[in-house]
Design a protein around this ligand. Structure first.
Ligand SMILES: NC(=O)c1ccc[n+]([C@@H]2O[C@H](COP(=O)([O-])OP(=O)(O)OC[C@H]3O[C@@H](n4cnc5c(N)ncnc54)[C@H](O)[C@@H]3O)[C@@H](O)[C@H]2O)c1
Ligand SMILES: O[C@H]1[C@H](O)[C@@H](O)[C@H](O)[C@@H](O)[C@H]1O
Length: 341
């Protein structure tokens, strides 16, 4: 039995997901695609030799009778509309982050899904599927370093083409917002943003780097450096300081080279390579659970909590204040135990 998928948006990650579903994963095939750039949608159908129809717009994909489930990989501002339409059609939908560009938009999706009465939405927070983050979570869940007290993180990218305004927070830092609350089994209560000296290598109007300080309900303090024009590589760091020990996110595996009087290892430069395995695991688990009529991954509620937290970070950046974060009680519809065995 195959899950027949329609893809809305055949840009960078849309094409990647189409390729992995077609060539690496099992249990699904792409039967419909669309993009505002129709030529690009046609090109991927040809390139991957897909037996898929190219539709004029996302709504036609969602409503196509041959489509069982939808993947939304178009630009962020279009996600809300396509996710709401998928819920209205009663079809499972995997939506790349952000779920919606505003917390209100995410809340509308949460309300629509609850009203529909069955979970249909998964958000593309793939770090929860990364081997390294999963190993780190087991250390926390199995009490190997006592209670977590502090977390030090870095989210560095060589460059951020197309970034403007607060995208370092709303496009990049959102991954930490999601993965850290999952890792720590905790929620955020406040955010503060510190603006260090700006790199000279970006337009003066664009702040880079940022330091974000989050506090959780349990009083854990998290500091994250977000530096999206760091030049040297795509480098994701996470260190948890506990009562009795320290746990670090493992580095991606790489040959340790002793050569020419140097000891060296490569650093990845492309986000696609850093999380390539986790995208595979994420989508395979989504396909498997969707075929069983379940929805186990990051939910619309998680997408909403991330949006509320990101909004607080943006406010903290612009006001220089410590901004309280008030996350409403999680509806029972979405309550899950995330402990890893
Ligand atoms: N999880 C991750 O690590 C990750 C990585 C990259 C991108 N993303 C997210 O995925 C989304 C896409 O990012 P990308 O890098 O592929 O961008 P992209 O610009 O390469 O591709 C987006 C595509 O969507 C198309 N599009 C825009 N509006 C549309 C509409 N109304 N209907 C149909 N197609 C439409 C565009 O023509 C483009 O081809 C973004 O929301 C981004 O944040 C997530
Ligand atoms: O900062 C980038 C993140 O590190 C990636 O994982 C993608 O989500 C990309 O869209 C962001 O711009």
């Amino acid at each position: 039995m195959f899950l027949k998928i329609g893809v809305i948006g055949t840009g960078a990650i849309g094409q990647d997901h189409i390729r992995r579903i077609t060539n690496n994963l099992t249990g699904a095939k792409i039967v419909a695609v669309t993009d505002v750039n129709a030529e690009q949608a046609k090109a991927i159908v040809q390139k991957e030799n897909l037996d898929a129809k190219v539709y004029e717009n996302g709504h036609d994909v969602i409503n196509a009778t041959e489509v069982d489930a939808v993947i939304v990989t178009s630009w962020g501002p279009t996600h809300e509309e396509f996710v709401l339409a998928s819920i209205a059609a009663g079809k499972p939908v995997f939506c790349e982050k952000p779920l919606a560009t505003t917390a209100e938009g995410c809340k509308k999706i949460v309300d629509a899904e609850i009203a529909y009465g069955k979970p249909l939405v998964q958000v593309g927070f793939m770090r929860r599927y990364d081997k390294g983050y999963r190993a780190l979570k087991k250390v926390v869940d199995h009490d190997k370093i006592g209670e977590p007290l502090m977390v030090h993180c870095a989210h560095r990218a060589p460059s951020a083409p197309g970034f403007s305004g607060d995208m370092a927070l709303t496009d990049s830092f959102v991954h930490e917002i999601d993965v850290l609350r999952w890792l720590l089994n905790d929620e955020y209560v406040s955010a503060q943003v510190i603006l260090p000296r700006n790199t000279r290598l970006v337009d003066k109007a664009l702040q880079d780097p940022h330091i974000v300080l989050l506090e959780t309900k349990q009083g854990i303090r998290i500091d994250t450096e977000i530096f999206v024009n760091c030049q040297y590589g795509y480098d994701i760091q996470c260190q948890i300081v506990g009562e009795t020990g320290i746990a670090n996110l493992p580095e991606p595996s790489s040959v340790v080279l002793r050569s020419e009087a140097k000891l060296s290892t490569d650093i990845l430069v492309d986000w696609k390579d850093r999380f390539i395995d986790s995208y595979d695991v994420e989508l395979q688990e989504w396909i498997n659970s969707t075929l069983k009529g379940e929805m186990n991954g990051p939910s619309a509620w998680d997408g909403y909590v991330v949006a509320v937290t990101a909004d607080a970070c943006v406010e903290a950046k612009h006001t220089g204040q410590i901004v309280p974060i008030s996350i409403p009680e999680c509806p029972s519809f979405y309550k899950k135990d995330f402990t890893l065995v």
